[in-house]
Write a protein that binds this ligand. Structure first.
Ligand code: TRP
Length: 371
């Protein structure tokens, strides 16, 4: 197979609109990788089938978010000329691959997957885990290997999934012969980007907590959210020394701002270190820091908003991009599925030696009976 090709596969569950945590944690890097020209093929998947593993009773929620996520992708700069954007459920080869991989993974190994463990707790599944949900790391291995992905750019929470995939690849290749490509995870290099907190300072941005900044938020909404961000509750008067630890505004600045932003919007400081030093010493108010963050985020997201507005006016095109992308993705996955079946020697009807071999056995058997 194409060992030398550099291929990206990654994706998101369409359970809601994507937020700025997704952006710094993965989307921004995907666009950079896409535009680097270093990759031969790039596949970006809307993981609706995976989203259904814990939303079986609410398929409408998933359906509603297909176009929403597609718009998020296109608006951040994923370009359908360079990246294949597709919908997971429309590549049936992925489910077929999952079924064969299931035989290579033990129940106890799945139970030890830290992400699955955490999610089971979060959803209070404990004793009533849907089997499909429990197996989603296996289906994720199918997603990754079907495209022969060498590189999986994702957030840190997906580390156990890529690890599990690598195990499946090893197992498959050692049992059936060298067939699948071993993927590498690619994490964002900026620590602050690994997990951006919600605007209330809680560790995770989530729709149910109402603490998200969405990529689709209009400028005024984003501003309002930044101005209401959690900072240091003990930093009451401007002259008080402020704490950086757990201070959401500074975490966002860590994730978003560059020295260039200081030159442009806050030239009295050379960089973020100087701003932080002033804040911890005292004499720097939250409002000033928040206003700066607003400007930084406005610069980052105004092109995103513009692209989104264009695509929103032309949903027919978005629909076609997904349909065509899903067709291409299916073609690629079929190549891998065929290779997998060949390696397992279950490709009976494409294997001329199958019938000959069987005839040979039957002859032997008959001879045995005669004797
Ligand atoms: N699990 C990912 C998420 O929660 C979505 C996903 C499904 C994915 N299959 C994938 C990511 C394969 C990377 C590679 O968003």
């Amino acid at each position: 197979m194409n060992e030398k090709k550099k291929i990206i596969l990654t994706g998101d569950r369409p359970t809601g609109k994507l937020h700025v945590g997704h952006y710094v944690g993965s989307l921004k890097q995907r666009v950079q990788l896409q535009n680097s020209g270093e990759f031969d093929e790039i596949y970006i998947m809307i993981a609706d089938a995976q989203a259904l593993t814990d939303n079986a009773d609410n398929p409408a929620k998933i359906r509603e978010n297909i176009m929403e996520v597609a718009l998020d992708y296109l608006s951040v700069g994923l370009d359908p000329k360079k990246s294949v954007l597709f919908v997971q459920s429309h590549v049936s080869e992925l489910t077929e691959l999952s079924f064969y991989y299931m035989n290579l993974v033990t129940v106890s190994r799945l139970q030890r997957n830290p992400t699955v463990k955490a999610e089971i707790q979060m959803r209070n599944f404990e004793t009533s885990i849907p089997v499909g949900f429990f197996c989603y790391p296996i289906s994720q291995a199918a997603d990754i290997t079907a495209f022969q992905a060498t590189t999986v750019p994702v957030g840190e929470d997906q580390m156990p999934m890529v690890e599990q995939t690598r195990e499946i690849v090893h197992k498959f290749n050692s049992v059936y012969g060298e067939t699948l490509v071993e993927p590498q995870i690619l994490l964002p290099d900026n620590q602050a980007c690994l997990r951006l907190p919600g605007i209330d300072g809680k560790a995770k941005m989530s729709k149910s907590l109402g603490n998200c900044i969405y990529l689709s938020d209009p400028e005024d909404v984003m501003k309002k959210k930044v101005m209401s961000m959690f900072t240091d509750p003990d930093h009451i008067r401007v002259q008080d020394p402020g704490k950086l630890e757990g201070n959401t505004v500074f975490t966002y600045l860590d994730a978003f701002c560059t020295d260039g932003h200081f030159k442009e919007y806050l030239p009295e400081y050379a960089n973020l270190d100087e701003l932080k030093a002033h804040y911890t010493k005292g004499g720097l108010g939250d409002v000033k820091v928040k206003k700066f963050l607003c400007k930084v985020m406005q610069e980052e997201f105004s092109p995103v908003r513009e692209r989104r507005a264009q695509y929103e006016k032309d949903l027919d095109t978005v629909y076609e991009i997904l349909r065509e992308g899903s067709r291409k993705a299916k073609e690629k996955a079929a190549v891998t599925l065929n290779a997998v079946k060949r390696a397992m020697r279950i490709d009976y009807f494409d294997d001329a030696s199958f019938l000959e071999e069987q005839k040979g056995y039957f002859k032997l058997e008959n001879r045995g009976n005669d004797a």
